[in-house]
Design a protein around this ligand. Structure first.
Ligand code: ATP
Ligand code: MG
Length: 247
């Protein structure tokens, strides 16, 4: 990161890109992950590389949902493991959630590399390696999850999830929080709480809200979740992209 000047106009974006490159080199991020990153960058550019107000509201609702949940799980793929490993561990601690490695292109090596990487960033328990249950409606490899993790969770945070899997998870009657920069992607559209923001900002953003809400009672948390309007949030993000002032 050191070689990118602090005053470079694309500083944050370039740092993020380097982290993904490093992730590929470390065997954490897949080559498809690079393509996903490129798509994400394009949408982030159009959003002005900032957390728009409706995304901040979504991050607050996401924090409330995780805190109110009986069994919350944060799903971790190769992109977020490379981008925000420590921040995911911190969010798990702040909300009492489990961390579960869950890959679209699952290989034993990458599963292990990501679990190790999370542990190096302070995670104690990392789920996903048992793979003793399946999300209904998906082909075998893509369906694998841990029974005592994502399968039984009542609330799941899925950053940059594939549209198909986001849909299958949504059909399992869970509260599904999706972080995705594209408000038109199926993943964002099927989410209970779509967070249209870069995972680099969204994960710490949700943690910050979780800390503010740490003492709130369950009724207050449920009210925050119930008041959140997913369609309005998606529409606000699309408006920001269409009408945004870019400098
Ligand atoms: P579908 O419509 O089925 O959901 P998709 O277009 O989302 O398909 P992918 O390209 O696999 O399919 O998904 C990558 C998604 O992840 C894109 O929507 C992209 O905007 C988003 N994305 C990439 N990097 C980030 C990031 N750092 N933070 C948030 N979202 C990201
Ligand atoms: Mg998607």
């Amino acid at each position: 990161d050191a070689e990118i000047p602090e005053d470079h106009p694309r500083h944050d974006s370039l740092v993020t890109r380097h982290r993904i490159e490093d992730g590929v080199e470390m065997g954490i991020t897949s080559q498809q992950g690079l393509i996903a990153q490129g798509r994400g960058e394009a949408f982030d550019y159009l959003l002005g590389e900032r957390t728009i107000p409706s995304a901040d509201d979504a991050e607050r609702a996401a924090a409330a949902a995780l805190l109110a949940a009986e069994h919350p799980v944060l799903s971790v793929n190769g992109n977020v493991a490379a981008l925000v490993p420590g921040e995911l561990v911190t969010l798990a601690e702040a909300t009492g959630a489990d961390l579960e490695v869950n890959l679209f292109n699952r290989t034993a090596e990458r599963m292990q590399a990501i679990a190790d990487h999370l542990r190096e960033h302070g995670a104690e328990e990392v789920k996903g390696l048992a793979a003793d249950a399946q999300i209904p409606g998906l082909s075998h490899e893509r369906a694998k999850v841990d029974r005592d993790g994502i399968y039984e969770a009542d609330t799941v945070l899925v950053p940059l999830e594939d549209g198909d899997r986001a849909e299958a998870l949504g059909e399992m009657d869970k509260t599904e929080i999706v972080i995705d920069l594209n408000p038109l992607s199926r993943s964002a559209q099927v989410a209970t709480i779509p967070v249209v923001d870069n995972a680099v900002r969204a994960v710490p953003g949700i943690t910050e809200h979780a800390r503010e809400l740490a003492d709130a009672d369950e009724a207050t948390l449920r009210e925050i979740v119930d008041e959140f309007d997913a369609d309005a949030a998606l529409a606000a993000a699309e408006d920001a992209i269409r009408d945004g002032d870019l400098d």
